[in-house]
Design a protein around this ligand. Sequence first.
Ligand code: ADP
Length: 594
Amino acid sequence: LEEGARSSLLRHRHRLEQDIKPGYLMDHMISDGVVTVDEEERIRKQPTRKDQAVSLLELLLKKDNQAYVSFYNALVKEAYDDLANLLHGHLPRPPCEGDKSPSDGPTSYVQAMLSEGGVPQRPVVFVSRPELVNRVREKLYRLQKNPGWVTVFGMAGSGKSVLAAEAVRHHGLIEDCFPGGIHWLSIGQLDKPDLLVKIQTLCFRLEQSLDSQSLHRPPNSLDEAKERLRFLMLRRYPRSLLILDDIWDSTVLKAFDIHCRILLTTRNRSVTDSVSGAKYEVGVESGLDEDKSLEILGLYTRTRPRTLPEEARSIVRECKGSPLVVSLIGALLKEKPDRWSYYLRQLQQKQFKRIRKSSSYDYDALDQAMAASIEVLPEEHQELYRDLTVLEKDIKIPAQVLCVLWDLEEEEVEDILHEFVNKSLLFVDSNTKPYLYYLHDLQLDFLVEQNRTQLECLHAKVVRQYQQHYGDRHPTSGEEECLYWIRFLTFHMAKANLTQELYSHMFSLDWVSTKSQIMGPAHLINDYVEFGSILDKEVRGEVRSQFQEFLSLNGHQLEQRPFPDVVQLALSQPHNSEVYRQARQQAETRASAG
Ligand code: ADP
């Protein structure tokens, strides 16, 4: 099996195993002569559909290109279009032109490419800005032959991110200029350690896509991270585009000054001054023209723009057509269609607290609108919304996590989330089961700013609620919510300054075993690096390096399934190490339990 095909099977294994019905697929594959009747029989003997799917994939991985093509065709025939799309990019034969649509609308190829790189989807209410989009595309075409930078700049909420995502939603552009892929990275305001983690995560994602078995130690410093990224972009992902969303600081860009193709959005036009290479820029006017703004209000309120009330024009004038403000108010009006004059008055009187002090940009209208959306919530829901301050950017969570955090029944949580989503205070990804919820970057910025003095408490609440719900046992089911906890529990502990809790997790063989089984050892190594400064505060530097060493040495083992016996592995550590001590203790307990 060709490497690309193999890696795409490995990469999407989990999705495939979740969704396919092997029985039907195998019928097609038998008639293509790529699966034998014996093999089919063996697979059918598995007790559940999932088990059958798992063994079908195992079988496929041992087969050749023809089997991959046959499997792909079977998916298409059985109408698993989404899954087929995932595999399409690595079909060993050159892909046929069949799925290329004549217009520039998104084709399945485009959609697969963008969702793989984490490019956000269009907002639900969307108006086109063809002139701007074309200007960005035209600049992107200049990167066809050579690396360089395209900067999209404009004020907060002017629609830069939506524009950047829209510009790459184009079959011809991707094929001509960025066949290597499009990778989206949200940056925002961050300091050096956060930047390092972002790049580590990006490298991890890129490396995983190539080969899920690979385990590199995550880069330890920004310089090292830059080198790793340079290698990946140059050698493994040539002709791909990196989109850096919301850059504040030119020092951040230095880390990406690696001679590759970059599209970035920023409020600060001069961020690229100190990097090298060809540079192009597109300015986004801060507001939409009146017609487009009215179109948005009309779409939200299901009214034809001509029949919108008087106040509509005034609202647009008041916020200067800011896409963000118009959308937020549109969403409010959708719920309360008789409040046109009320929202207009609120905007005019600027009676909302000015929370974020504006620097060179004018955030006022934005903050007002943002605060307005929150203030219309019932008081107890405002409090629940504030709990979301502790989420990480770009992380999507299932309702279950909030059941734990809020200590509420699932149905109640669903109703509350529904309310937040309707008011544009929260976004939902309904392509997944269970649905996943997330905040807009600006909303998260706003929340963090507003609750700056309480961050520690808010993180501590997460940890306490978790402990109350799960006690000493960690959820290990592999469900979405379990993934969240395993991934972020220690992060919340660190942010809450709960150092004892953090030590007792990071330096526990049980936790190491649970987390590396569920997330893979690389994540865990990442944690040791990220929390290094906290963990090393007491005389623990040595213990940390013992655990890190253990993970690095056994990384390959820990990637294997079935998952190895961690206690056994740990017993071969040096006898003076904490890892060995704990393993030995566990081995003795086991022995005495018989
Ligand atoms: P920026 O990146 O400039 O801060 P975004 O691109 O994130 O702004 O846009 C902010 C909000 O404005 C979006 O969440 C969306 O609600 C609205 N918006 C932006 N562009 C459009 C558009 N073309 N059509 C409809 N709404 C838009």
